[in-house]
Design a protein around this ligand. Sequence first.
Ligand code: FAD
Length: 392
Amino acid sequence: MQQHVVVIGAGYAGLTAALRVSRRHRVTLIDPRTEFSERIRLHEVAAGRAAASVPLGELVAGRDVTTVAARVVALDPDGRTVTLDDGVVVGYDRLVYALGSRTDTAGVPGVAEHAYTVERAGELSARLAQGGGTLAVVGGGLTGIELAAELAEAATGWQVRLVTGREPGAGLSAGGRRHVAAALERLGARVHAHTRVTAVHPGGLSTDRGQIGADVVVWAAALTVPTLAAEAGLAVDARGRALVDATLRSTSHPDVLVVGDAARVHAPGIGELRMACATAMPTGAHAAEVIDALAKGREPKPFRFRYVAQCVSLGRDDAVIQPVRADDSPHRPVITGRAAARINEWINRYTVGALRAERRRPGTYRWARPLRATAPGVAAVAGAGGAGYLLG
Ligand SMILES: Cc1cc2nc3c(=O)[nH]c(=O)nc-3n(C[C@H](O)[C@H](O)[C@H](O)COP(=O)(O)OP(=O)(O)OC[C@H]3O[C@@H](n4cnc5c(N)ncnc54)[C@H](O)[C@@H]3O)c2cc1C
């Protein structure tokens, strides 16, 4: 039976879900933006490259998907409605909650007032174009590293510092971490490792190791999720991410599927999935399959997933491609340099290419899953967004 599926959030997860589910169902896709923002390229935008976005209308053209440019301000999971910022109430048979995440600017004093984030990449780029000085990027995860490297390479006249509570790229192998450190040094970025920032001021940072002067601060230390799920009474974890069962349905409200960064997904053999495009697109696609199964009166299948690689860009000509085991732990030597930069760029393009393919033929997108029987020397390989399969 055809259902009316409302998808809130047109990021990687929501768009994948909307396109796939439009194969058999009527979809309303709600997001205040009229463009799909390629969030995985925001560090490039901060460095002055063209805005990485595609009109939503183009990505859903020809499908039974109605786009609504509005912010969702409330959910009523019992009444099966969402309320938009213009007061309109939209009813649904099934809801896909895909509101993603954003940089957490709460918690450390001064961050919200004095620091830029990747969500303000365009403003940051304009500020950097005004003249040089010292630029501090806070956060040694993959986003912080990508930002520091990209800005050190592109922002002429700026001295870049990367400040992190641990070591940059702590989840990479020793070889991966060594390459990241060498690349940052080559690009002239100074690393302040094992340094915890306690406050941000107009002139720089207070840390547990003293003051660090900075004319511009970019905060990339932590992510937070919208509070809408918690406000609506959906079961959430301490960070506000919706709890889902093995099929990605809310544990408290099974009519609601939660995907992407907004969900706390546990996968067998892995544990909690990290917030990533590489997990957002597969969860979006799987949610569409679950909705389809339920509409046909079938038992939906559990979500199956495995990690394959972590990709870290280090400017335009360098990157680290870190092969990982199914559970995301690093293994094998890393790929680095120009070859890695090319692979990373290919994967980035693949994410939008996969959305376009899904529009043309819903159901096309595939992602890496645990192999039932692995032949020696053969591995399923996919990158951010779950590129196809390669032999390794
Ligand atoms: C610089 C950078 C580089 C990255 N690189 C990688 C990488 O190489 N590989 C990787 O796997 N991941 C990477 N990531 C992480 C990745 O971008 C996120 O994990 C991914 O975007 C999550 O997808 P999503 O669909 O859940 O959410 P999002 O992409 O955040 O989309 C959420 C959508 O919800 C909309 N929304 C929010 N609130 C509302 C509301 N109230 N009403 C309606 N709509 C709303 C937003 O407008 C947005 O369009 C990177 C992130 C950054 C910042």
